[in-house]
Design a protein around this ligand. Structure first.
Ligand code: GUN
Ligand code: FE
Length: 424
């Protein structure tokens, strides 16, 4: 791993309300970590190779805390449906195809190529229940240079026959085989335990997954309180659970002893939010998906005030795009609707706050990630916003905001680094 210095117009979050702006400055990378940002380069770093990116914007890589790789091929389709119908008519039929490894390889190749080009440097990814196809996805992610957690999905009930493991025992065994097969294979691609959601996982399966989680010390990802029909279904499946999240927590799969991401959390009750705060559960806020599948608006301002850990998720293909710039825009916009239409005490989210969620907020799941402060892993995106003339002589802050709203991540990223390694 090489040590180097980048020069350019550097922006990063220090806190939700503090976005640091450093024009014509230097950020130093040593051993894959940032040594900080400087107006003039300290003597001790002057011998390092310097890449001068001129007036390009340099900011930390985006973190996607929730994305479904096998849904990428049908992104933008079925977007007039609600969650449960969409799962049955779009998501499940597509995921069934991943038993065919040729299909899996070609579809996952496109997914990884496009994720590589995006502003995302790290992601938490759902695969399907197919072990071999999941390994192909992990191979491709590893080669991309991106850093990720990838989960072989577990599901043993309420799914089409072709997308349902034969028993809880078989699901556990496949998961164990997967973990054995990938053990020691990757540097930047890590396994994550992935019970799809409560309706697809029997009590027996959750119980077994806990033993696997404990043995391998795995993190966990799943879905929570996304949609009213889903929530009612969970109530009827788990009459003894105090709330949806309690159905995971009864098996200790809810953050207490293994870092955990729960996607959506649109309808979390006060008890559920309190438990998430207590257990340190990460919320993956997925506003694009929540709009597309008519799920609703997550009261993210309230969750911030309660001190929950929060990052953003594209939730492709509930979300129609992998662009976290798009997710940022949607997060700000839906927070305004929540304030205007639902709760006037719940102020809209600012750009700075949501940029923080997209970088340092979600980055915390990976450790010291999502900022250029000293000691943070060196994940960086270099973006050329000159395509759109800056007639207003904007501040760096305003150039960054404009680049996000104009979705310049699709056209204007010139270079990207993850943990100090150049991705392109
Ligand atoms: N809940 C269970 N599975 C899924 C999925 O694939 N996407 C979304 N958005 N919600 C889910
Ligand atoms: Fe999802």
């Amino acid at each position: 791993m090489s040590d180097f210095v980048l020069k350019g117009d550097i922006c990063y979050s220090v806190s939700p309300t503090q976005l640091a702006e450093n024009k014509d400055s230097f950020v130093v990378c040593k051993g894959g970590r940032s040594c900080g940002v400087f107006q003039s380069l300290p003597k001790e770093f002057q011998d390092l190779p310097l890449h001068d990116y001129g007036n390009r914007l340099i900011f930390p890589g985006m973190i996607d805390l929730h994305i479904h790789a096998p849904q990428y091929a049908f992104r933008g389709l079925g977007m007039d449906m609600e969650l449960l119908d969409w799962l049955e008519s779009r998501a499940f039929p597509e995921e069934i195809k991943y038993r065919d490894l040729n299909y899996a390889r070609s579809a996952y190749t496109v997914f990884v190529q496009n994720l590589k080009k995006s502003a995302t440097t790290r992601a938490c990814i759902f695969a399907t229940l197919h072990r071999r196809a999941t390994e192909i996805l992990m191979d491709l992610m590893e080669s991309s240079g991106l850093i990720s957690y990838v989960g072989k999905v577990n599901m043993d009930r309420n799914s089409p026959d072709e997308l349902c493991e034969m028993s809880a025992e078989q699901s556990e065994q496949e998961t164990r085989t997967w973990l054995r097969e990938i053990d020691g294979t990757y540097q930047r691609t890590m396994p994550i335990l992935t019970p799809r959601f409560i309706p697809s996982c029997s009590d027996d399966l959750l119980n077994r997954l806990k033993t696997v989680q404990k043995e391998y010390q795995l993190p966990i990802q799943s879905h929570l309180s996304e949609n009213p029909s889903e929530q009612k279904w969970v109530e009827s499946l788990c009459p003894n659970a105090k709330f949806y999240g309690d159905a995971y927590d009864r098996y200790d799969l809810f953050g207490r002893s293994g870092k955990t991401i729960m996607a959506h959390c649109v309808y979390s009750t006060e008890d559920e939010v309190e438990r998430m705060a207590e257990n340190g559960v990460f919320v993956a806020h997925c506003p694009t998906s929540n709009l597309n599948l008519s799920s609703g608006i997550t009261p993210i301002r309230k969750y911030c005030e309660k001190g929950l850990k929060i990052g953003l998720g594209s939730d492709v293909a509930g979300g129609h795009t992998e662009s976290i710039f798009n997710t940022i825009v949607d997060a700000i916009q839906v927070s305004k609707l929540y304030w205007r239409l639902i709760d006037p005490t719940c102020k809209p989210m600012t750009f700075d706050e949501v940029f923080y969620l997209a970088t340092k907020g979600g980055g915390e799941f990976f450790g010291k990630v999502g900022s250029f402060e000293e000691g943070y892993s060196f994940d960086a995106v270099i973006l050329n916003d000159a395509q759109s003339p800056d007639l207003l002589q904007n501040s760096l802050h305003d150039r960054l905001e404009r680049a996000v709203y104009q979705l310049m991540d699709r056209t204007s990223i010139e270079a990207k680094y993850a943990a100090g390694e150049k991705i392109f």
